[in-house]
Design a protein around this ligand. Structure first.
Ligand SMILES: CC(C)(COP(=O)(O)OP(=O)(O)OC[C@H]1O[C@@H](n2cnc3c(N)ncnc32)[C@H](O)[C@@H]1OP(=O)(O)O)[C@@H](O)C(=O)NCCC(=O)NCCS
Length: 340
């Protein structure tokens, strides 16, 4: 076939901070139990940063690991895409901090705020830029520091037990594809959103949408408006439905079946969500690689973190066909198919 300009993943890296917080450790702040958390979510532990560590610090470690795995010098990167909902500061974007820490001045740095779908939105953006020929090597990072922004009291326990800190990164490079059955490339990406459900999973403040007319004030802080709030059951059922729908559409568009796909990497919000998606699509459970047990939900970082671990364990190998899906605040959801 005529060569087709595509993007492919050439390097994967990740980083989690050293401090491990087991479910039982959370009992010093809130009423909860290991049994409740494991039964409802599958999570056993998560990692939290030290006070001085920021989101871009985690992203830097993941990026350096991804560049090393790609065997690519950082000077070859011509775009940074940084997906996060927990930036270093309100502005500028964390991509600018990462660019400076990497020491690659002047290249564009784009922050995207698609929460748990952030990595797949970023993958799609990187893919489009590479397919058009505008950029050749894109560094895509998903990184989060949740631990500094959670309500650790019993009032916030439904949310705070779920989240962990971490970062994952991939390097995407341009490639000419002549044999899609063998070559590594991003085959398909699908992006969706439905803002009607924005407040089912959100942090209200700081923000210009606050009716008091202030961006942030003492009352908002006293009321915990700066902490994430969630309608857990609504998020759960929507995640199962939307991830299943989107992934089904991706497979159909590429004319491949579940049996053709070697591995599925889903966003890690709740082990039961991923099991329900697998069951709906009749995906054998052993084809779904989950990491939530050890990291909790690291939002934009879950998928690249899973990729890094799957590669390290020999579960993800070059040439494999991989199905991806994610769902999160917005609501936003997305899916992708790639040959690794
Ligand atoms: C949060 C979630 C695990 C809760 O599970 P659930 O099955 O809806 O909760 P249940 O109805 O079984 O339990 C609720 C009870 O547990 C309590 N509870 C909530 N969090 C708890 C915790 N950490 N420890 C102990 N008890 C807790 C509640 O107070 C409530 O008690 P009550 O019945 O006395 O009022 C689940 O809704 C979920 O995972 N939703 C999706 C979340 C998500 O994925 N978010 C990120 C999306 S990207």
């Amino acid at each position: 076939m005529t060569p087709m300009k595509c993007a492919r993943i050439v390097g994967v890296g990740a980083y989690v901070p050293d401090r491990v917080i087991k479910n039982d450790d959370l009992k010093q702040w809130m009423e909860t139990s290991d049994e409740w958390i494991v039964q409802r979510t599958g999570i056993k532990e998560r990692h939290w940063v030290k006070p001085e560590q920021s989101t871009s610090d985690l992203a830097l470690e993941a990026s350096l690991a991804a560049l090393k795995s790609a065997g690519l010098d950082k000077s070859k990167i011509d775009l940074i895409i940084f997906a996060t909902l927990s930036p270093d500061h309100v502005f500028p974007g964390s991509g600018c901090y990462l660019q400076s820490k990497l020491g690659i001045p002047e290249i564009p740095a784009l922050d995207i705020r698609q929460q748990c779908s952030g990595f797949l939105y970023g993958l799609s953006i990187a893919d489009q830029f590479i397919r058009t020929g505008m950029y050749k090597n894109v560094l895509l990072v998903g990184a989060e520091v949740h631990s500094k922004g959670l309500d650790l009291s019993t009032k916030g326990r439904d949310v705070s037990v779920l989240f962990g800190d971490g970062a994952g990164a991939v390097v995407l490079s341009a490639t000419e594809v002549t044999d899609p059955a063998k070559q590594s490339f991003i085959w398909n990406t699908r992006l969706h959103a439905d803002g009607a459900h924005a407040e089912e999973l959100w942090a209200a403040a700081p923000g210009t949408g606050m009716p008091s007319g202030n961006w942030l004030d003492e009352q908002m802080v006293a009321e915990g408006k700066h902490f994430p709030q969630m309608n857990g059951k609504r998020v759960f059922t929507s995640a199962v439905r939307r991830m299943s729908e989107s992934l089904t559409a991706t497979l159909k568009e590429c004319k491949v079946t579940v049996a053709d796909v070697d591995l599925f990497l889903f966003h890690q919000a709740n082990l039961r969500i991923n099991e329900a998606v697998a069951d709906q699509l009749q995906i054998p459970r052993e084809k779904v690689f989950n990491t939530i047990q050890h990291y909790g939900n690291t939002t934009a970082a879950t998928i690249p973190l899973g990729m890094r671990d799957a590669v390290a364990k020999g579960v993800l190998k070059p040439g494999m066909l991989v199905g991806l899906a994610a769902f999160g605040s917005g609501f936003t959801w997305s899916s992708a198919l790639l040959r690794f």
